[in-house]
Each structure stands twice: as structure tokens, then as C-alpha cells.
Design a protein around this ligand. Structure first.
Ligand code: HPA
Length: 234
């Protein structure tokens, strides 16, 4: 047990999928895994471990934002030995050629700041995905017929943004989408020598102001789970 995860030693798999929402973790585990068991419910943050095609997998909520993700990713890696961490989440599209429901694979994650700022200080570290996972995810996305974009995302600190000029700069620099967790996941993966990737679906569009109806979010989420599992075990 750790401060935030009630699992016994050995109850967390080396491969962990990280949706933001704990109820999504429960849905994904019950939909995709064989014999899922609940291994965490501390503070209502649910985690489940089961098997997929014979491989052990944990699906654990990360919460929203980098400070929350940092708590779970640190404990999963340092205390439970997680070696592959795949975030599955939503993002806002930042380019005209990207549509609702499209999949964005975050090759890099830019930010204004991350919880690692205190370590990097004056360094501008470039958080990036694990290449092998990224390559596998491109193949997996093609296999399920998803429209997939690979490139940089922007990991923002706030959802209710008072600085639209920051989004404009990201858009001008070709950033594909905005979300709130990938950069610190990649920082932590680099620090601890483990693999990480963020698989995102577009739930809203910053340029067209379209948004995905809630009934469509579940199926997009299912596609991400499939891509994440296939990428992890290819
Ligand atoms: N901003 C930040 N995070 C998000 C967004 C957004 O527009 N959409 C989905 N996650």
C-alpha cells in the first residue's frame, strides 16, 4: 500500500492504462479485461487489474491535471514497478485538419510548467513519447480504422483558460491538441526509465467550437483502450 493506492504488492501489473476518470477505468476494465479485480479505491480513485489476451494489465484513474497524475504515476512506478504507462484521455483539437473523434498520439508534450519545474529549473526539457509504443499505436489505430494524427500536444495547467494567447502560440507552432497530463507523464517516464505514451481522442475543437455529444464519448474511449492495449503488447 502507498499513501494513495491501496493495492497489495504484486496487485499492479507492469502495464498500466491511465484514464483521467476513475469510472472510465472501471468501465474499461470490465469491458476489456478478463477477471478484473478492483485493487484501489482510496479517495474514490479506482484501479483494476486483470488480463488482456493473457497479459496482465492494470487500468487506474489518474485524476485531472498534472499534479494528480504525478501522484499516481510516481507511486505506480516507484512502489509497484510499473514499466509501461499509457494515458488514455480526451483533448481539444488545435488544427483545422483535425476532426472530432480523431485520435491524436502525443509525440511530444509542450507546457508552460509541469510539477517537474522544480527539478529542471532553467532547463527546457523536451518531454516525448516512447518511440516503440508510438509506432505500435500508429499501427493499432490504422487497424481499427481510426483517423490518427501524430505530433505535439500542449499540456495546460488550467481548463478554464484566461490566456487564449498561449493557445494561439501553440496553434501557430503546429501543436495538434490541448490536454492536461501528458507532459508530466513523459517527464516521470524519462526520470524512471520506463515507457509512456498518451493516446487522446478529440472531444472538442478550439477553432470550430464543436464538441462531441456525450453518447459518442464512450465509443471513442473504447477505441483508445483498444489502441493502448495493442500498442503495449505488440
Ligand atoms: N483544454 C484542456 N484539456 C482538455 C480540453 C481542453 O479544451 N479538452 C479536453 N481536455
Amino acid at each position: 500500500m502507498t499513501i494513495h493506492i491501496g493495492a497489495e504488492p504484486g496487485q499492479i501489473a507492469e502495464t498500466v492504462l491511465l484514464p483521467g476518470d476513475p469510472l472510465r477505468a472501471e468501465w474499461a476494465a470490465k469491458t476489456f479485461l478478463e477477471n478484473p479485480i478492483c485493487v484501489n479505491r482510496v479517495r474514490g480513485m479506482l484501479g483494476f487489474t486483470g488480463t488482456w489476451n493473457g497479459h496482465r494489465v492494470t487500468i487506474h484513474g489518474s485524476g485531472m491535471g498534472m499534479p494528480s497524475l504525478s501522484i499516481y504515476a510516481n507511486e505506480l512506478i516507484r512502489d509497484y514497478g510499473a514499466k509501461t504507462l499509457v494515458r488514455i484521455g480526451s483533448c481539444g483539437a488545435m488544427q483545422q485538419n483535425i476532426g472530432l473523434r480523431d485520435v491524436i498520439l502525443a509525440m511530444t508534450a509542450s507546457s508552460l510548467s509541469t510539477p517537474s519545474l522544480g527539478i529542471f529549473r532553467e532547463l527546457n526539457f523536451a518531454p516525448c513519447a516512447n518511440f516503440n509504443l508510438l509506432q505500435n499505436a500508429v499501427t493499432a489505430a490504422k487497424n481499427i480504422g481510426a483517423t490518427c494524427h501524430v505530433g505535439g500536444v500542449y499540456s495546460a495547467d488550467v481548463f478554464y483558460d484566461e490566456r487564449p494567447d498561449l493557445n494561439d502560440i501553440m496553434i501557430r507552432h503546429g501543436i495538434l491538441g490541448v490536454e492536461m497530463e501528458a507532459a508530466e507523464l513523459y517527464n516521470l517516464a524519462a526520470r524512471h526509465g520506463v515507457r509512456a505514451l498518451a493516446v487522446l481522442t478529440v472531444s472538442d475543437h478550439l477553432l470550430t467550437h464543436e464538441a462531441l455529444p456525450s453518447e459518442d464519448r464512450q465509443s471513442s474511449f473504447g477505441d483508445m483502450v483498444q489502441i493502448a492495449l495493442e500498442a503495449a503488447f505488440a
